[in-house]
Write a protein that binds this ligand. Sequence first.
Ligand code: HEC
Length: 375
Amino acid sequence: MAPRFLIPDRDCTLYAPGLYRVQSRILAGLFLAAISFSQGADSGPLLTFDNSPMGTEEKPLVFRSYFPNPDLEPEVLKRHGQGNPTPRYSAKTGLLSDERMDQAIPGIPAAIGVNAGKTLSYVWDTTECRLLYAWVNGFLDMEAYWGEPTRGSRKSNDYVPRLYGQLFYKATGANPLRVNGENLPEDLKYLYHSRKSTHPEFTYQAGADRTISTMVTPGESAQTAIVSFRSSNAADKLSYEAPNTAFEILENNSGSLKVLLRPNAAETFTGFKKQEVKITEANAKAGEKLYQMFGCAACHTTDGSRNHGPTFQGLSGSVRKFGDDEITADSDYLRESIREPNAKHVPEYPVGMMPAYPLSEVQIDSLVLYIQTLK
Ligand code: HEC
């Protein structure tokens, strides 16, 4: 069976070495035809099996595919069908079957994924006409879509690539953009995306008399993204509302709006290669792995530099001030900070940003031992 190639964006080159090797010459021909859509095999970013993000900030990789749904709120995907099985359609009779049902593919269809190197990957949805989620340090594991690198066979019934990297942002609530104080109309209609500037800009019809264009770019600090909106109607006043999201309005002019999104999620995805840390006895080495795996690295540095949360360097044994109280960051304090992120609030850092993790005691102890090595 012919592999379903991703629909290449004009300057996205597809590269599936395994497939290329194993499929028949006809398929190889098809595959080359897909490549020749692009502007030459060497000019565009490549998407490969090895999980490296292939786009760069100068030349983001853009393509369409099914994308995984990292547990987005139903409100965010409300214009999609709810993923229920649908009656099978017959092209011959033009009728929907009473008996035969097609199982929904467990992914988000018709979205566009963009990778701008390690600093930003995101999924922009052409159905909801909004940014769905963003992550760093990776892009996608294509195994479900392309099959295995060496054999080409795909996981049955699951064509959805796996996320790869650290997710830091998930859309929440209804579409966040307001125009002249009003919600966007229900029937947004995606029109096209343009690549006039480095990053793609997505344009959609929002009611009879305006189109809106959206561009997503990496923010200045790690794990942030900037979403820029433009209305075709220069007199429009744009505003932004999003529950459980820390955002900052960077610019708000007539007809345009620029919003900085801070992390509201922290999940690590490893594609098909399940990374497991088996710990029998708490130890710092395991703690370091957990620090990467659970995405603590998204917010806490180990080299003293400031990120969304305090650095771990020199944290252990230091004196933490909470109003008039002074507490030494001993192992009890560290344990509590991890187990109940909101028990105490370190001043000058955002409240309620750190997620509570389902960690076992031995995992918490390992994290504490690791933090204690960071003098
Ligand atoms: C989305 C960002 C974010 C992630 C991810 C995160 N934290 Fe935090 N963390 C914070 C912020 C912000 C604070 C400080 C504000 C507060 O006290 O709530 C904090 C505070 C802490 C503190 C207390 C630091 C101090 O200076 O007293 C510890 C310890 C800690 N986090 C450990 C962890 C560990 C371990 C993980 C991963 C399992 C983790 N954090 C993941 C944002 C995050």
